[in-house]
Design a binder for this molecule. Structure first.
Ligand SMILES: [Zn+2]
Length: 415
């Protein structure tokens, strides 16, 4: 007679522990790359036996593979290393912008296997049409990878307020969206069901910079991405700060001027009204209407030493410092990463910015805080979207293995 299955509380608990350990090992190999079993034992604190068993399970499921890398000149028998199986297991990262969509197939381990960008017709901004176009775009890119590749989910970065819990975009002012259940819409446009995780783009920029970019391994950071609007993503003690509805990090609406301009949100004197790209172009004194080209030109002019442009960036740096001083005092971050046009503008704003910070933030806080430009530049949000999809898979192992689909199953429906 076979032994009955454990159904008591201790059995459930030990299952949960096993799932957490499986997830911890996979996430470690995903983030750090190839590791020996001994290194995994050291870094997880798990026993050698447990690591051996769980690595076996991940290998069977083609999430990792274990092999010896021959090296010249080293003595003794080399030990096998556990590698992320990036050719077998992947997620899809998506970035939706007002006039473009970017899609990447990102393998376990974080490498982009395929990456494609397309401009979009602004007349097709209705959520239904965007979902239809996106599904077709995903299909076209997925047809270029081996049909057996396991797909673990789709992560999507959008410029707007997102409720991650139910994948609803509450407000996307630049897209003209309000209360859009975009996750559900995209599900309807795809032939197979896969996990969809949507999040604000600056949150995902923060995640990517912390995992693969300027803030690798740093656990307290703020990512500020500037365009016409300002996005903010906060990682506190290693965790993406969400707030009650997942809407934390709206730093663009920090009040900085009592009698300032009216912001797009309706309030007066938001940070966005003084450090957004429209404010910069106005400050330079152009009588032309705002264009993205004007922002690019201003960076070229600053690089060539144009006085008027450099002066405008200096004032920009001052306002940047005013807002950051408040945020730094609240969060005590170790690093601030400037993204969007503020990344390339870094050399022209940094002196005025630090002058402001040194004056406004207590030494004990500012001495341990560094402001740096984004390292991943315009790829930060897309990379973050893929990392977010992977995080969803890690959090739901081993169900995520059962729920994965093969690349060939992921096609656009004609609905
Ligand atoms: Zn505002």
């Amino acid at each position: 007679m076979s032994k009955p299955k454990t159904t008591g509380k201790s059995g459930l608990r030990s299952e949960l522990v096993r799932h957490n350990n499986l997830s911890a090992i996979l996430k470690l190999v995903h983030i750090k790359g190839p590791l020996t079993r001994s290194e995994i034992v050291d870094q997880t604190g798990l026993s050698r036996n447990t690591v051996g068993m769980l690595v076996g399970e991940l290998t069977t499921n083609e999430l990792v593979s274990e092999y010896v890398v021959e090296s010249n000149g080293s003595r003794g028998r080399p030990s096998p290393t556990v590698h992320p199986a990036h050719q077998s297991s992947a997620v899809i990262g998506v970035e939706i912008l007002v006039d473009s969509i970017a899609v990447a197939v990102v393998g376990i381990g974080g490498e982009a296997i395929k990456l494609r960008h397309t401009t979009r017709d602004r007349n097709r901004n209705h959520p239904e049409l965007v979902a239809t176009d996106l599904a077709k775009f995903i299909e076209s890119i997925i047809n270029e990878i081996p049909s057996k590749t396991h797909i673990y989910g789709i992560g999507i970065a959008v410029p707007g307020l997102v409720e991650p819990e139910n994948n609803v975009i509450l407000a996307g002012p630049n897209l003209g969206w309000e209360n859009v259940p975009f996750g559900q819409l995209l599900h309807e446009k795809l032939s197979a069901s896969t996990a969809i995780s949507i999040r604000n783009e600056a949150d995902l920029g923060a995640l990517a910079e912390q995992r693969r970019g300027a803030a690798t391994g740093i656990n307290n950071i703020l990512f500020v991405s500037a365009d016409i609007g300002i996005g903010g993503g906060i990682i506190s003690d290693g965790t993406l700060l969400s707030g009650t509805r997942g809407l934390a990090g709206e730093v663009g609406h920090l009040p900085v001027e009592q009698k300032g301009r009216t912001c797009r949100c309706g309030a007066i004197g938001c940070w966005e009204t003084v450090i957004g790209s429209e404010a910069l172009i106005e400050r330079i004194g152009s009588d032309q209407p705002f264009t993205y080209q004007a922002v690019a030109d201003s960076l070229t002019n600053a690089a060539q030493g144009d006085d008027k442009t450099l002066k405008a960036y200096e004032v920009h740096g001052h306002w940047l410092g005013v807002g950051l001083a408040g945020i730094i005092s609240v969060l005590n971050p170790q690093m601030i990463i400037l993204g969007g046009f503020l990344g390339p503008a870094y050399p022209y704003v940094i002196n005025a910015l630090y002058a402001e910070l040194n004056q406004r933030v207590m030494p004990a806080i500012i001495e341990n805080c560094e402001v740096v430009p984004s390292e991943l530049r315009d790829k930060a949000q897309l990379q973050g979207a893929a990392e977010f999809a992977w995080d969803h898979a890690f959090a739901t192992l081993p169900q995520a293995i059962d729920a994965r689909i093969s690349a060939s199953e992921l096609q656009a429906t004609d609905r």
